[in-house]
Design a protein around this ligand. Structure first.
Ligand SMILES: CC(C)(COP(=O)(O)OP(=O)(O)OC[C@H]1O[C@@H](n2cnc3c(N)ncnc32)[C@H](O)[C@@H]1OP(=O)(O)O)[C@@H](O)C(=O)NCCC(=O)NCCS
Length: 170
């Protein structure tokens, strides 16, 4: 998985969780979010192929026009470090998030998902995560999601073929 977490780190030895807040995603965030999603280690973890710039912009143009999609920028100590969304995932509400690699392992995704769940009361929420993406599964489980099964995800232009864990927050 490349640069991820030092297993010797524990909650006691890690830096404290930074001050995390969520706000609406703005069009001027898109170039930064685009850079986040180019990272090879992050793409391997999420089992996806990165989007090129025009596809990424088109995706976000669609998000801005679609009020049912919840999209929040993740701000840690005043820096834009990622984003978190609730979107239509094959007919159900799915949750997704992405943190810039330089900020991994600081508790930011866990905090961001906690804040989103406090703010948005849509339930159930679903997630599908590559089984090797232990960090993401941990984030979801810490926020109350439960693994309900596993499924094979075929390779597509966007997705890398993998086994996925299916999680739900009722
Ligand atoms: C997955 C991702 C969102 C995690 O973000 P993060 O801010 O580093 O997550 P946090 O620091 O809040 O929590 C990570 C948890 O996973 C744990 N973890 C990390 N690697 C692990 C591993 N290999 N095995 C088990 N647990 C692991 C951490 O110890 C931590 O748990 P803890 O706080 O109980 O110790 C981030 O790595 C990322 O954006 N990856 C690329 C995109 C992606 O995978 N998105 C999700 C697609 S489903």
């Amino acid at each position: 998985m490349g640069l991820t977490y030092d297993p010797r780190m524990t909650a006691d030895t890690r830096d404290p969780v930074p001050n995390v807040r969520l706000r609406l995603v703005r069009p001027d965030d898109i170039p930064v979010l685009y850079q986040h999603q180019l990272d090879n280690d992050a793409n391997r973890m999420a089992a996806v192929h990165p989007r090129d710039e025009s596809a990424f912009r088109a995706l976000w143009d669609g998000v801005f026009k679609q009020p049912s999609i919840v999209a929040r920028a993740i701000i840690a100590d005043d820096e834009l470090v990622g984003h978190i969304t609730i979107f239509n995932m094959d007919g159900v509400d799915g949750v997704g998030y992405w943190i810039a690699k330089t900020h991994w392992g600081r508790g930011i995704a866990t905090r961001a998902l906690t804040l989103l769940l406090e703010d948005v009361n849509r339930r159930p929420l679903h997630a599908r995560v590559a089984v090797d993406n232990k960090a993401s599964i941990r984030v979801l489980e810490r926020c109350g999601f439960v693994v309900t099964g596993y499924q094979h995800s075929p390779g597509t232009e966007r997705y890398v073929e993998c086994e996925e864990a299916v999680l739900v927050l009722e």
